[in-house]
Design a protein around this ligand. Sequence first.
Ligand code: LLP
Length: 417
Amino acid sequence: MHDFKFKNGELYCEDVRVRDAAVKVGTPFYLYSHNTLRDHFTKIQKAFAPVEPLICFAMKSNDNLAVLKTLANLGAGFDIVSGGELKKALRTGVSADKIVFASVGKTEEEITDAINAGILLFNVESLPELEEIHRIAQKMNKKPKVALRINPDVKALTHAKITTGTLKNKFGIDLQTARKILRSAAKYPNVQLSGLHIHIGSQITTRAPFLKAMTKVLEFLDVLKKDGVALEYLDIGGGMGIIYKDEQPQTAQDFAEAVLPYLRKTGLKIIMEPGRFIVGNAGILVSRVLYLKDNGFKKFLIVDAGMNDLIRPALYDAYHEIVPIVETKARKVKMDIVGPICESADFFARDRMFPALNNGDLLAVMSAGAYGYVMASNYNVRGRPPEVMVKGDQFEVAKQRETFDDLMRGETVPSFL
Ligand code: LLP
């Protein structure tokens, strides 16, 4: 379900006409639906209610404060991957003991800050990292909880660039090493080895890879039990796929029905880290048509948003539905929908049948809520677009458009030039 719908021929986000938001804030801009966020979060919460999981929103997918606050208000915790995300998460007022911290490259400063904040769990991705956390904790006279992120060596059946759970990927600890670590817990008196973590990839639309991974987890937990290792948490990561085009991903309910029996068997406290499932379809990128160009061979609809605003098509060949925000009778022709950036990879759609819009017409790139703004850059000295949140018939800019002054902050010409 999402709350972007056509009413009387115009696209609305909840009760706000997208055109009205565009007039107010200019283009391009991201628009988020509060109600959609709430709905998706609640769907997971309800589906998994039997194990009462802590749902830690993967804030790498969208770290806008309005989005984070919406979810924190609903009881979400956060899955973070950097010291910056830690600070931003804490700005929402969330309790630090609802924060879990993954990342293969945590620095001393990040580890220190997270221990000081009192986060729930470090999801540890290697033996040297565990030793570093232990060293720092010892120095601080603390004993943080850690979970080992295990690499189950399972293919996620998704795009290669977002597969994380095979031994070809840099993530997690192979099972043999993880077992060795857990058996030698006495070597690490300043950490509590409290759990296991898995995350095998993103935009996974079928349950098979999850179940394969869960089977491996259960087998591994059995081995650990025989070793006399007792744990408290199992963090099952994120990865649930959404609809971009014609995918038929499992619903939260289907997913829960399949996974719950495994989770119950573990007897552990469950943590989940969904990102895309919650926010993917809760956001759109609105852009304005600049030109329709025809080079005799091909047509290009040139819009004012670019790959610096939304890089998913360029980086992953990702498909995003695109719609004119006012229904049109304009003839559909085959075209590329592209941005103004000086790169051939700067496209939103290739060879798409799309109405031949006019200069000034507005269109929306759908399902842009996850890994959209967060991956935006200032390439070509372009300020990042504003982020706007809608709740019912209200909308407000939650993050301002970057100005040229913002972009120049901290940049100077060296004195020797
Ligand atoms: N937990 C961990 C440890 C992760 O690495 C990720 C995503 C998640 C949770 C959330 O996964 P989700 O529920 O959103 O699938 N930029 C790419 C996706 C990168 C995913 C990175 N890790 C994209 O635009 O498709």
